[in-house]
Design a protein around this ligand. Structure first.
Ligand code: HEM
Length: 374
């Protein structure tokens, strides 16, 4: 376990679900909050870039708690995505202006996060209670209306469902309790996320500036670095929960697949990275030679749960990325070949289906032969 247990509340993704109810920043940051809250409107009226350019350059001195820092990172993250992609994929901004770039990079440095919207922002830190019954809603939305909020909330519910599993990972409770992990919330995607809107709108605002043909050289953060910076967009590949399960259950990935997942870890909060690292052990090697059928079955049921999730996810990606891309091509979408640049590649520039199937197959390979009951 990470040695610094004072990290604990920040350490566990699911804990953030219960603790990060910060929805306001000190008044000094009103301008950031106003822009982030009105993002969709400002993008649709194509005025966001003008508004951002006129924004004063704020200092970070009035941000005190970790929660305030995280909320500010989320706010500047959505503003940055809106600024870069306001005009669509065809005309991304090449330079992030100083009044946004400087506080955003300083804040990112403070938090140990990259200066781009990450999963830990847009999902883990982007929710608030809607009513006393525990219903939730997003704090900031990107364009895409209910599809956007639905996508964020479904991902958040997956994190919440993963919570008890993470709890087991960090305790000495017998492993078979992990098989109680239920990732059923992912099925809500189809009810709340419209494939066409996801594909044509939301996906663009989550795109980054690494391996992205629309911003091949990256983005210049004015007065931070003269050289453009390359950063991947937001992806649930940055979910620390799923990587925690892989680590604990010893699901091994290789070559480019492992490299991509490792790169996604760099977009997670440092305490989450440390947790994943500390869980990577030899549980499977311990179970393998053991002849206890219950233990083997419990282990396999965990792997099967992960496998089911990944199979479901592959079908979802086909429905939300590949099918709409095909329709757009058939209908002679005005974006032509250029706008489709993201279709066969994920947010990280990976070949989507090949990558996801390899991850799934590696999960399957972790299954172990169960000994006969004694
Ligand atoms: C409309 C719904 C979704 C779509 C279209 C989608 C799309 C993708 C794509 C294209 C990738 C490839 C890597 C990348 O481009 O970054 C990916 C990876 C991944 N996604 Fe999703 N995703 C969806 C929902 C979710 C949800 C709700 C979760 C749960 C938190 C999730 C978890 C993951 C994980 C963990 C990976 C890394 C590969 C793995 O470990 O299996 N995705 N997703």
């Amino acid at each position: 376990l990470p040695s610094d247990l004072s990290d604990l509340p920040r350490w566990l993704p699911f804990t953030i679900l219960f603790l990060l109810l910060q929805t306001k920043l000190p008044d000094y940051y009103e301008v950031w909050m106003d822009i982030a809250c009105n993002l969709t409107h400002l993008i649709e009226s194509r005025t966001l870039r003008d508004v951002v350019q006129k924004m004063p350059e704020l200092s970070l001195h009035h941000l005190h708690s970790h929660r305030e820092l995280r909320l500010a990172h989320l706010a500047l993250g959505v503003i940055t995505m809106g600024y870069v992609w306001q005009e669509g994929q065809m005309a991304p901004a090449q330079v992030l202006p100083r009044n946004l770039a400087v506080p955003y990079c300083l804040l990112s440095q403070k938090l140990g996060l990259p200066p781009i919207l990450v999963y830990a922002d847009v999902v883990l830190a982007n929710w608030k209670l809607k009513d006393p019954n525990g219903n939730i809603e997003v704090i900031f939305s990107l364009p895409g209306g209910e599809t956007c909020s639905g996508f964020i909330i479904v991902s958040m519910l997956v994190e919440k469902a993963a919570g008890p599993g993470i709890m087991v990972c960090t305790s000495t409770v017998p492993i078979f309790h992990i098989s109680t992990l239920r990732l059923a919330p992912v099925v809500y995607v189809t009810a709340h996320v419209d494939p066409t809107i996801f594909h044509a709108t939301l996906r663009i605002f989550l795109s980054g500036w690494r391996d992205n043909p629309m911003l091949p050289n990256g983005l210049v953060y004015e007065d931070i670095s003269d050289e453009p910076v390359l950063l991947s967009g937001g992806s649930a590949g940055q979910s620390s929960s799923i990587q925690c399960f892989d680590a604990l259950l010893c699901v091994r990935h290789y070559d480019e697949t492992a490299a991509f997942l490792a790169r996604m870890r760099e977009y997670m909060p440092a305490p989450h990275q440390r947790l994943i690292h500390s869980l990577s052990g030899s549980l499977r090697d311990f179970i393998m030679p053991c002849s206890n059928p219950d233990l083997c079955r419990s282990y396999n049921s965990c792997i099967t749960a992960l496998l089911d999730l990944r199979n479901y996810h592959i079908n979802t990606v086909a429905k939300y990325v590949l099918v709409p891309a095909h329709h757009a091509r058939l209908s002679g979408c005005p974006l032509g070949g250029v706008g489709m640049a993201l279709d066969s590649r994920g947010a990280g520039g990976s070949n989507i289906m090949g990558f996801l199937k390899t991850v799934r197959n590696n999960t399957q390979k972790a299954l172990i032969a169960e000994p006969q009951d004694m």
